[in-house]
Design a protein around this ligand. Structure first.
Ligand SMILES: Cc1cc2nc3c(=O)[nH]c(=O)nc-3n(C[C@H](O)[C@H](O)[C@H](O)COP(=O)(O)OP(=O)(O)OC[C@H]3O[C@@H](n4cnc5c(N)ncnc54)[C@H](O)[C@@H]3O)c2cc1C
Length: 240
């Protein structure tokens, strides 16, 4: 086979996003290198954070560096080129991804793993601390915890009452133990999830129940916290 034909047979696999799914893909290429494939990883962050441990960071059990994966090192192990940038557009006709910095990346096979996105309330981007992306969230949580310790924050509302929202809420309560702050989830299903957790009547509730066991009995502790702060018990706290 001539050099040109060998080059033609090489497939360019472009991985966009360094999240949970692509971690497994990169590990698999690292474990079993694929001949004839040239890999590139495009990620706006140098690190991937393992979301399952994020509530543990919020609760104060782990440091942020305990739950992050060095994408550059993982890509190198898989023989992939690592590009610190984000995708801005895809041109399937040309088989090209344009990055935010204007670079054009050719691909034969494209794998998009840019996570989920959901509509959020107006003003959330400016005024709320979003859990994703995780890296700025953890830095923001550190600042919030310091403000709470100085008595500048009295009440935290969590928007989003799925399993992760409930877990983050409980972790915040644990992480803020000693500070006179109440954390509550309003206008979400968190309260119902927690209520159902008492009977273990749904998978979300069962998971919330396990997580509550992991973090102890924060609801009762925080109800006291609310009273110390002179705040009315929140719906989530008073439903205990
Ligand atoms: C607090 C919390 C706890 C959780 N706990 C659990 C758990 O215990 N068990 C469980 O199964 N699930 C859990 N989840 C859910 C889990 O994190 C998601 O299901 C999982 O991350 C989805 O993986 P993904 O690969 O689709 O996307 P993600 O892991 O979200 O990865 C998407 C990646 O794409 C990147 N990206 C975004 N836009 C671009 C762009 N334009 N160009 C390039 N890259 C881009 C992002 O930087 C990110 O790294 C939890 C979630 C949260 C928030």
């Amino acid at each position: 086979m001539t050099k040109t034909r060998v080059q033609d047979s090489v497939k360019h696999l472009l991985l966009v996003g360094g999240g949970h799914s692509h971690l497994a893909v990169l590990k698999s290429f690292g474990d079993t290198p694929a001949a004839g494939a040239r890999l590139a990883l495009l990620s706006p962050s140098r690190h991937a954070f393992y979301s399952g441990m994020v509530p543990g960071v919020v609760a104060g059990h782990y440091r942020p560096e305990d739950c992050r994966v060095d994408l550059g090192a993982l890509a190198a192990r898989a023989g992939a080129r690592f590009l610190l940038d984000s995708a801005a557009g895809v041109d399937p006709a040309r088989r090209e991804v344009t990055t935010a910095r204007g670079e054009r990346l050719h691909y034969d096979v494209l794998s998009l793993d840019t996570g989920s996105s959901a509509g959020e309330p107006a003003g959330a981007a400016e005024h709320a601390l979003r859990v994703r992306p995780i890296e700025p969230f953890l830095a923001g949580w550190e600042r919030l915890r310091e403000s709470a310790r100085r008595g500048e924050v009295r009440r935290i509302a969590v928007i989003g009452g799925g399993a992760a929202g409930v877990e983050v809420l409980l972790a915040m309560r644990h992480g803020l133990a000693g500070a006179a702050v109440s954390a509550a989830s309003r206008c979400t299903q968190a309260e119902r999830s927690l209520q159902r957790a008492k009977t273990g009547s749904s998978s979300t509730a069962a998971s919330a129940s396990r997580r509550r066991q992991r973090y102890g009995q924060p609801e009762r502790t925080r109800l006291h916290g609310s009273r110390r702060a002179g705040l009315p018990p929140t719906r989530a706290a008073s439903s205990r």
